[in-house]
Design a protein around this ligand. Structure first.
Ligand code: GAR
Length: 208
């Protein structure tokens, strides 16, 4: 099974979707570690409830991003993971971290990249006035929200709907596509070639 670590800062609903997929048997992955940078992250409870080892590394305890990242690298290497899965992890990673796990870090972002990068993808999209919301799973490179795109999903909304409704709708989409992408990776179907990602047998409906 694919050995993964999940990094989260908050609620951990994406972590939960991965745990559920493993428990359902639709994803063969060994979640070896859940790492959080906040002690109040509900993701920690979700991991504990599922019997997954957790580590809390508080970024505030470190003088620099580099020393914080070095502490995370140590834990991730000790956990011997194939893939680092960012799931609502709200810290910018240093080049050292990215290089250490080059091509082996993925992230989910609550917008259709390259639009609405950053920490407020959904509110930025709603404020802009787009009519389709969505999410993106991508490889992580040294530039924030810039790495090669593996999968995207979209959902419509109207201007009358409150942002919370859009947020929920996007989150539900995230919970479908993140475990799906992990399943592709775990079965060796995802190849990264520069900015291009090839997914074997992706099974899209035939379009003219
Ligand atoms: C998700 O919507 C995720 O896409 C977003 O944070 C939320 C975490 O929810 N990530 C980012 O904005 C990264 N820039 P969760 O903790 O319930 O999985």
């Amino acid at each position: 099974a694919l050995k993964i670590a999940v990094l989260a800062s908050g609620s951990g609903s994406n972590l939960q979707s991965i745990i559920d997929a493993v428990e359902r048997g639709s994803l063969k992955a060994d979640i070896r570690l859940v790492l959080c940078n906040r002690s109040d992250a509900y993701a920690l409870e979700r991991a504990k409830n599922a019997g997954i080892p957790t580590t809390t590394i508080l970024h505030a305890d470190y003088k620099s991003r580099e020393t914080f990242d070095a502490a995370m690298i140590e834990q991730l290497q000790a956990a011997d993971v194939d893939l680092v899965v960012l799931a609502g992890f709200m810290r910018i990673l240093t080049p050292l971290f990215i290089q250490t796990f080059a091509g082996r870090i993925i992230n989910i972002h609550p917008a259709l990249l390259p639009s609405f990068k950053g920490a407020h993808g959904i509110t930025d999209a709603v404020k802009y006035g787009v009519t389709l919301a969505g999410c993106t799973v991508h490889f992580v490179d040294e530039i924030m929200d810039n790495g090669a795109i593996i999968a995207q999903a979209v959902v419509p909304f109207t201007s009358e709907e409150p942002v919370e409704v859009v947020q929920n709708r996007v989150l539900k989409l995230e919970h479908r596509i993140y475990p799906q992408v992990l399943q592709w990776i775990s079965t060796g179907r995802v190849t990264l070639n520069g900015r291009k990602v090839f997914v074997q047998d992706i099974g899209l409906p035939k379009v003219p």
